[in-house]
Write a protein that binds this ligand. Structure first.
Ligand SMILES: Nc1ncnc2c1ncn2[C@@H]1O[C@H](COP(=O)(O)OP(=O)(O)OP(=O)(O)O)[C@@H](O)[C@H]1O
Ligand code: SF4
Ligand SMILES: [Mg+2]
Length: 325
């Protein structure tokens, strides 16, 4: 089993205060391993971005970690002061967002951004930093990289901007690269290219990749391990084959079964399941999925299912699934 790069242990995160608080993550545990791409899938509001922001120490002011640990290597970063978190960001954990302009300033050249991204290595000298910037641009598939250094973000296409944002994230040599819906705004062809790039990076970076997506096809195509989230809970986790071929949780099955073709195409998005993801403001008293679950029983409505670990990296949170295993 490869090295643990990061782990979330029993993490709960709330936004705001009662009675209007949102319990955005509840008792989530997940381990990210070197050499693996872990996919996170779940409907809007399931807590995917909250988990990503917790891992990079960027939770918004309104968020509170109410329990649990966020470990990068052996260090628990939950509650660390901003100055310590800043040292971890970029160096140990990097993140790429849906909109590459989140990371790019319109008034700075691509070269300027790529030099800034290497500020920890500035003792190496400008020419070495420039050479490395060109190398990384080439690695992420930017054509004629030297010529791009003098250009501004608006002179690049959306796909090229996203590649530059990935290059910036790689320049810090992170152990954990987080990609939050990075292909959502791209067309099918560009999306396929970025997915291919992530797959290549998986074997090149000595670390882990966390890939968040609504797109089941993309998850099926590039991930090794998959974590399924629903309304702030991890409801199922397993190797990608198990999740798509022998899912245990009714929610995972519903996602897959809405249209089996969806996991084949790279441009498809989450199929819709009747009903809506609830916004959770108080600890649930039964299974959070029960109102939408066709298999719900009285037990489901009155007792919260606990996480059942079935094997290393394989687990489920469902009364029925556990009684069958
Ligand atoms: N800054 C905030 N203040 C208050 N509530 C928030 C904040 N950010 C997120 N939330 C709430 O936390 C829950 C989880 O949100 P999160 O953004 O993590 O979901 P997500 O799975 O990333 O959704 P999407 O697919 O839409 O990106 C939602 O109910 C959301 O409304
Ligand atoms: S615990 Fe019950 S309601 Fe919840 S997913 Fe399992 S069967 Fe459905
Ligand atoms: Mg999100």
């Amino acid at each position: 089993m490869s090295r643990d790069v990061a782990s979330i242990e029993g993490l709960s995160v709330a936004f705001g205060r009662p009675p209007t608080q949102v319990l955005a993550l509840r008792s989530v545990s997940l381990t990210l391993r070197a050499g693996q791409i872990t996919g996170i899938v779940g409907e809007s509001g399931s807590g995917k971005s909250t988990l990503a922001l917790a891992l990079i120490g960027l939770l918004p002011q309104a968020a509170r970690v109410t329990e649990g640990a966020i470990r990068i290597g052996n260090q628990n970063i939950a509650g660390l002061p901003e100055a310590r978190l800043r040292a971890i960001r970029g160096a140990r954990v990097s993140m790429v967002f849906q909109d590459p302009m989140t990371a790019l300033s319109p008034s700075r050249t691509i070269g300027g951004h790529l030099l800034d991204a290497q500020h920890r290595d500035r003792a190496s000298g400008r020419s070495a930093l420039r050479t490395r910037a060109i190398e990384v641009l080439r690695k992420v598939g930017v054509p004629d990289p030297a010529a791009q250094l003098d250009r501004y973000p608006h002179q690049l296409s959306g796909g090229m901007r996203q590649r530059v944002a990935i290059a910036m994230a790689l320049l810090g040599r992170p152990e954990l690269l987080i990609a939050d819906e990075i292909t959502t705004a791209l067309d099918v062809t560009l999306e396929a290219q970025i997915l291919h790039l992530l797959r290549e990076l998986r074997s090149e970076i000595d670390g882990a990749i966390l890939f968040i997506s609504h797109n089941l096809g993309a998850i099926a195509e590039i991930c090794d391990q998959v974590a399924v989230f629903y309304a702030g809970e991890l409801v199922e986790e397993g190797p990608v084959r198990d999740i798509f071929h022998s899912p245990l949780h009714p929610y995972t099955r519903a996602l897959r079964d809405c249209d089996p073709a969806r996991i084949e195409g790279a441009a498809r998005h989450l199929p819709s399941i009747p009903g809506e993801t609830p916004v959770v403001r108080a600890p649930p008293t039964g299974c959070i999925f029960a109102p939408r679950c066709s298999l719900a029983t009285e037990l489901c409505r009155t007792k919260v299912p606990v996480w059942a670990a079935i094997a290393e990296g394989r687990g489920v949170r469902c009364h029925l699934a556990v009684s069958k295993t």
